[in-house]
Design a protein around this ligand. Structure first.
Ligand code: ATP
Length: 316
C-alpha cells in the first residue's frame, strides 16, 4: 500500500522547470527522506504533494486520493510543517497547541491529553506558559512541529524540521517521529543533514535540478555508490613515499606535506596489503592507521556531482 504515488510530475515557472518529470512511491508506515542541494526542487515537490500549488503536468495520488482533482480532500488527511515559521505571537506554548487542536476539531479530552504528551515529548514543559514571541528560534520550531501532532493524520510532510534545533532536541524529535511511524504514520521529509536521513529513513531519494537521480534504502545507496573506502595513515616520520606507492594500481593517493597519507580505493583490502608490504620492506614505520567506509554525505556529493557533469556534457 502506498501513501504517495507520483507519475511524471512537473512544475514550471515560465521557462524554468523546477520539478522535471519525477516518479515517486512511498509505502505506508515508512519514513521517506528527500535530499538535494539548494534549489534542487525539494520544497516545490513538497508544495505539489501537499496540494499548495498545482502541477504543470503529471499525476499525484495521496492516500488513494487524486491530489490534482481533490486537493481539499487530501488536506484533511495530511499534516504539513513547512520551512516558514507560522505562529501567533501572543499565544503561550500550551495555548498554541490547544488552539491548533481546536482548529482540527479534536475533542476537548483528547486535546488536553495530547497537549500534555507533546509538551513532554518536545521538552516544552518548562516554557509552556511563555508567549511564542518570547521563544528562541529552536523553541519556536519545536512548538511548530509539536503542534502538527495535535491532530489525527495518516501522512505528515516535514520540510527541514530540525533546522535551528540543538543536537539533543534534534534527537528527541527524530525519536518521536520514529515512534509515531511505528504506530502507522507515514512521513515524507526533507533535510540537509545526512546523518539524520541515515538515522531515520527507510528510503531516500536524491533530487538535483528537478530530477530524481537516485532512490533507495540508505544501505543500498551505500552498496551501490559507496564501495570506495578511505585509508588514512600517519607515518612516524616525515618522508616522501610518493615514488614508492605510486605504482599501486586501483587507488588514488593524497600526500600532505607532513606525515599523513590518504588513499581512496574500491579495492581497499588489496591496496592496504600492498601499501603495508612496500612500506615495511623500505623500513618505514606507521604510527596510526584507519579505514573508513564511505559516508552517505560522500555518496550524496558524488551522485550530485556526477549528475551535474552528465547534465553539463549533454547540454553542450
Ligand atoms: N514561485 C517561483 N517562481 C519562480 N521560480 C521558483 C519559484 N519557486 C521556486 N522556484 C525555483 O525553483 C527551483 C527549486 O526551488 P525549491 O525551493 O523547490 O528548492 P529546494 O530544493 O527546496 O531548495 P533549498 O534547499 O534551498 O530550500 C529554484 O531554482 C527556485 O528558484
Amino acid at each position: 500500500m502506498y501513501s504517495i504515488q507520483v507519475d511524471s510530475l512537473s512544475k514550471s515557472y515560465g521557462n524554468f522547470v523546477a520539478v522535471d518529470g519525477i516518479d515517486l512511491e512511498v509505502e505506508r508506515g515508512t519514513i521517506f527522506g528527500f535530499l538535494g542541494p539548494n534549489g534542487a526542487g525539494k520544497t516545490t515537490t513538497m508544495k505539489l504533494l501537499t496540494t499548495l500549488i498545482a502541477p504543470s503536468s503529471g499525476k499525484i495520488n495521496i492516500l488513494g486520493i487524486d491530489g490534482v482533482k481533490s486537493p481539499l480532500e487530501v488536506r484533511k488527511k495530511i499534516g504539513v510543517v513547512l520551512q516558514q515559521p507560522s505562529y501567533e505571537p501572543t499565544l503561550s506554548v500550551e495555548k498554541s497547541l490547544e488552539k491548533y487542536g481546536m482548529m482540527w476539531n479534536v475533542d476537548s479530552k483528547t486535546r488536553k491529553m495530547r497537549v500534555e504528551e507533546l509538551l513532554v515529548a518536545f521538552d516544552l514543559v518548562d516554557i509552556r506558559k511563555k508567549k511564542n514571541d518570547d521563544l528562541s528560534i529552536g523553541q519556536r520550531r519545536r512548538v511548530q512541529v509539536a503542534r502538527e501532532f495535535m491532530h489525527d493524520m495518516d501522512l505528515l510532510f516535514l520540510d527541514e524540521p530540525t533546522v535551528g534545533l540543538d543536537p539533543s532536541a534534534r534527537r528527541n524529535l527524530l525519536d518521536y517521529i520514529k515512534a509515531r511511524v511505528r504506530d502507522g504514520l507515514t512521513i515524507f521529509f526533507t533535510t540537509h543533514i545526512l546523518e539524520e536521513a541515515e538515522y531515520l529513513c527507510d528510503k531516500i531519494a536524491i533530487i538535483n535540478r528537478g530530477k530524481i537521480i537516485a532512490v533507495d534504502t540508505p544501505e543500498e545507496l551505500k552498496n551501490k555508490f559507496g564501495r570506495q573506502k578511505t585509508i588514512k595513515m600517519h607515518l612516524e616520520q616525515k618522508q616522501d613515499v610518493s615514488a614508492l606507492l605510486g605504482e599501486i594500481p586501483g587507488c588514488t593517493i593524497e600526500y600532505d606535506s607532513g606525515t599523513v597519507i590518504t588513499i581512496h580505493s574500491d579495492r581497499s583490502e588489496q591496496v592496504l596489503q600492498d601499501v603495508l608490504r612496500i612500506l615495511a620492506s623500505s623500513g618505514i614505520s606507521i604510527e596510526d592507521l584507519s579505514v573508513v567506509p564511505t559516508s552517505l554525505e560522500e555518496i550524496f556529493l558524488s551522485v550530485v556531482k556526477n549528475s551535474n557533469e552528465s547534465n553539463n556534457s549533454s547540454s553542450k
